[in-house]
Design a protein. Structure first.
Length: 474
């Protein structure tokens, strides 16, 4: 039984700079499959790391002759690459079993099976145990009836098996299968966050989030449950990947890092290991930073150099509609001050395109971003991802004007507001970036900052002409 996991050719989010991340999702699935299913040959094809275009991917799949093809389903904007991959696999061998998963296909399992005959099965939700059982069933030539977490076709009908219970102990999972891409580890990098010579890897500390922001697909995907690996296990993964593959910059990919006692214990675990060359990035809520400010010096000592914080909007009504409690103007300003005081680079995110938005409210948002003054600001359009309340509301009310999934990347406007057309929302996004990064005083501070990350970031933005790229979107 040959199983090939595929990271398809794709364009990455140019706002975040040049980067090639390891295909973390399929590496976790491959590792679990290897540990729990005998007599299975597993191969991971990472088109970014291998420099493969679609023709190159076709040749690779043809040379492997797999029984099962499972492409990475990272996000809605990459759904088309998943579908193109399974279509390519079916054209080469009609008998190959194609399996898709991830947040997009979990939310739209029924629609996907009805619309795309090249999709044989959808693994809904957490995939490790489900994928292992699915492979065993296919190897034994059994149908998929009874395998929890699978949607598939059977006797001309679409069947949705019961949901699978979530894995109770995340520490029981094997380390992600970086050995499947060992020859490419030096190609993974994140140009904005670390020097290209500092190989980049991903470590997962938890799954899910205790919050339920209306625009977020994560909490629904994880069924509003939060589970965490132990601090010791997380530090062991960092140490293992650093020691075996040389990775020195890590993205702790938790949906919400969640500061508290567990964070302190993790920092202690990192500090007691020989990880002086390791640095890391995480995503944190405003209120957590302010309420746990005493942790910031220890985080910096343990290698935390970059934190992403969602500031969203200065409008209390908008924040309420997003269910973003814990954010206000004074808290946002204090977050940036505290991070800067502890030499931690701050990236703040701001959202335009909420239903009530007008030119005036977006102008106020830019003024707010300038006042909060994160080291770098990322402006995004409100995007109705499948599986979110925003998507359900927008679908119900007919607001969505762009149904091309590749545009669901938070820099393409896919719906209008009450006061702005979709094209005008797109233009306003460009104006946000132009106002923030076009400021010569801000550029000067960035170019000559004492913080090396700030210097590198602003130099990169200048080289890559980010504003030109945004201007081309409308």
């Amino acid at each position: 039984m040959r199983v090939v996991f595929v990271e398809p050719p794709k364009d990455f989010w140019f706002i975040m700079g040049e980067y090639i991340p390891p295909p973390f999702g399929i590496l976790t699935l491959a590792a679990y499959l290897e540990a729990h299913v005998k007599n299975v040959e597993i191969e991971v094809v990472d088109c970014q790391a291998e420099g493969l275009d679609w023709d190159g991917l076709e040749r690779r799949i043809e040379s492997i002759r797999p029984d099962i093809v499972a492409p990475s389903g990272l996000s809605t904007s990459n759904a088309y690459t998943v579908l193109r991959t399974v279509d390519l696999a079916k054209k080469m061998d009609a008998d190959v079993t194609t399996v898709v998963g991830g947040q997009h296909f979990t939310a739209l399992a029924d629609e996907s099976l009805r619309t795309y005959p090249v999709v044989d099965a959808v693994v809904r939700g957490e995939g490790e145990e489900t994928m292992a059982e699915l492979v065993k069933a296919i190897e034994a030539e059994r149908n998929l009836t009874g395998i929890e977490g699978v949607s598939f076709r059977h006797e001309g009908k679409i069947v949705h098996n019961a949901d699978r219970p979530l894995i109770a102990d995340l520490d029981s999972l094997p380390y992600p299968g970086y050995h499947f891409v060992e020859g490419h580890m030096g190609t993974y990098y994140f140009s904005l966050m670390a020097e290209k010579e500092a190989p980049f890897a991903i470590v997962e500390g938890s799954r899910g989030c205790r919050h339920d922001c209306s625009y977020c697909s994560q909490w629904g995907f994880w069924r509003r449950k939060y589970r965490a690996k132990s601090p010791g296990r997380i530090a062991e993964e960092l140490e293992y990947i650093n020691g075996n593959y040389g990775s020195r910059f890590f993205w702790l990919t938790d949906d919400n890092f969640g500061l508290g006692e567990r964070t302190s214990e993790l920092c202690d675990e990192i500090l007691k290991r020989d990880l002086d060359d390791v640095t890391w990035f995480c995503q944190v809520r405003c209120d957590d930073v302010v309420n746990h400010r005493e942790l910031l010096p220890k985080m910096r000592s343990a290698g935390c150099i970059w934190v992403l914080v969602g500031f969203d909007s200065p409008d209390a009504g908008v924040l309420e509609s997003f269910r973003r409690e814990g954010i206000d103007r004074s808290t946002a300003k204090e977050v940036v001050r505290l991070l800067r005081q502890n030499d931690i680079f701050s990236q703040g995110t701001f959202i335009i395109g909420e239903r009530r938005d007008s030119r005036e409210t977006i102008e106020a948002l830019v003024e707010y971003a300038d006042w909060v003054d994160p080291d770098i600001a990322t402006f995004m359009t409100l995007t109705p991802f499948p599986g979110t309340e925003i998507y359900d509301e927008a679908t119900r009310n007919g607001w969505i004007e762009d149904t091309n999934w590749s545009d669901y990347d938070m820099i393409h406007a896919v719906m209008p507001t009450e006061h702005l057309t979709r094209e005008e929302v797109q233009e306003e996004l460009y104006k946000c970036y132009k106002a923030y990064f076009g400021s010569w005083p801000r550029r000067y501070r960035g170019f000559f900052s004492d913080n090396p990350i700030a210097r590198r970031t602003y130099q990169y933005l200048a080289r890559q002409a980010i504003l030109t790229g945004l201007r081309s979107l409308f």
